[in-house]
Design a protein around this ligand. Structure first.
Ligand SMILES: [Zn+2]
Length: 82
């Protein structure tokens, strides 16, 4: 079941990729995990490799902190169907 969270003006939810890896969908953009540090999870845009997008965001507890770098692309319908 999909649970959509709200953090300030950002809405986000988690999905599983076709490989079973967690993905974050925030404001329509998909991210995969870059690394974790303490209780913070650093996410990187799915288009990092394919499109060279440097956008990131950090999830800290139930808060989501979008990075300062904007996406270099529009919202793709690349959210995996689970
Ligand atoms: Zn991006």
């Amino acid at each position: 079941m999909l649970r959509i969270e709200q953090s300030g003006r950002n809405s986000y939810f988690y999905v599983l990729s076709s490989r079973g890896k967690p993905q974050l969908v925030c404001n329509g953009y998909s991210y995969h995990i870059d690394h974790q540090l303490g209780d913070k999870t650093f996410w990187r845009c799915l288009q990092y490799y394919r499109g060279g997008c440097r956008a990131r965001c950090i999830v800290h507890g139930c808060k989501i902190i979008p990075g300062s770098v904007q996406h270099n692309h529009g919202i793709f319908a690349d959210t995996p169907v689970s």
